[in-house]
Design a protein around this ligand. Structure first.
Ligand code: DP6
Length: 323
């Protein structure tokens, strides 16, 4: 009763921010993402009747504050399998954990797939996406590779709130250049940040009201491989999400000065004719998305900014893989 799975991080092009049901982790809006080839979690789950409780080792540390979420995800699968056996979960990321690089997305996708496999549950990718969503909304997308769309759904039990593939990675092989502007874990996670937005940000209703049209524009741009249209709607979705969070009470600002420098650098490159745009998640790192030919210039421009500590480059990658 043991399995090991690799799942990759994803970057949202059209953002998820807010929930209709925090207990079932049902998102208030749909989202569109790309799965990254080079950033992954590798997670081993072992069920054994001798274990007296679930345990978690994340990058070599026991993380008690994460264990409850992990156990809740395992409970869903244990219930389906009709067992009560505890599990030992050992997970490693090949990139910095909790710094706005979607470690919860790859982590919960890997956990769900490994636990389902270890319990010999024959789940469809869609069912797996629903289980992963319970761990983390963005994890529902990391089940799949390439361009992925997550549906908010409307069912009260969340059965139509899942991700599915939108376009294969090979069909439009864009690349992602991540500028690390700060190391270490962020102070306010996305879960707390979006909860605060829903209850305190005056811009939250506008965020919800405009999400469908962003999704439509994003989906169309991906399916048509329309780089300029995608650049426009992705930057809009990102800045709108951050504007919502900045208007939280207390305010939530995920950026540092280097994040803004990176943003200006990307804008200048695009104004000069280079196919590149940016997005930023719930952290200070900037993700530049570009056509492969533009990558050296993008890496060079971001690397030379004084506040950029490191640059990570990735192509688009596959969904969950059993090792
Ligand atoms: C800004 O998926 O981490 O990265 O469902 O509470 O675990 P929970 O939130 P999470 O939120 C991701 C927020 C985001 C945007 C996105 O990935 O769509």
């Amino acid at each position: 009763m043991k399995s090991r799975v690799r799942a990759r991080a994803n970057i949202a092009l059209i953002k998820y921010w807010g929930k209709t049901n925090p207990a079932l982790n049902i998102p208030a809006v749909g989202s569109i993402s790309v799965t990254l080839e080079s950033l992954w979690s590798e997670t081993e789950v072992e069920f054994d009747a001798r274990f007296r409780s679930d345990t978690l080792l994340l990058d070599g540390d026991s993380r008690p504050e994460q264990l409850e979420r992990v156990s809740r995800c395992l409970d869903i699968l244990r219930e389906r399998a009709g067992v009560k056996t505890h599990a030992r979960v050992v997970s490693d990321n090949n990139f910095p954990t909790g710094a706005g690089l979607a470690s919860s997305a790859s982590g919960f996708a890997a956990l769900s797939a490994a636990a389902a496999h270890a319990l010999e549950l024959d789940l469809s990718p869609r069912e797996l996406s629903i289980v992963a969503r319970r761990g983390s909304g963005s994890a529902a997308r990391s089940v799949f590779g390439g361009y992925v769309e997550m549906h908010a759904g409307s069912a009260a039990d969340g059965r139509d709130s899942y991700a599915e593939p939108l376009l294969a990675a090979e069909a439009w092989p864009l690349e992602v250049v991540i500028a690390i502007t700060e190391r270490g874990e962020k102070a306010v996670g996305s879960r707390a940040g979006m909860e605060s937005s829903a209850s305190t940000s005056p811009y939250y209703p506008a965020w919800i009201a405009t999400s469908e049209s962003d999704l439509r524009a994003g989906r169309e741009a991906v399916l048509k491989h329309d780089f300029d249209a995608l650049a426009e709607v992705v930057e809009h979705s990102c800045l709108k999400m951050h504007a919502v969070a900045m208007a939280n009470r207390p305010p939530l600002i995920y950026w540092n000065p280097a994040t803004l420098d990176c943003m200006q650098a990307v804008k200048a490159l695009r104004a000069g004719g280079l196919p590149v745009f940016f997005t930023i998640d719930a952290g200070p790192q900037l993700k530049a998305i570009c056509e492969p030919d533009a990558r050296p210039a993008v890496v060079g421009a971001l690397r030379e900014l004084p506040g950029v500590a490191d640059v990570i480059v990735s192509g688009l990658g596959p969904g969950v893989e059993i090792r």
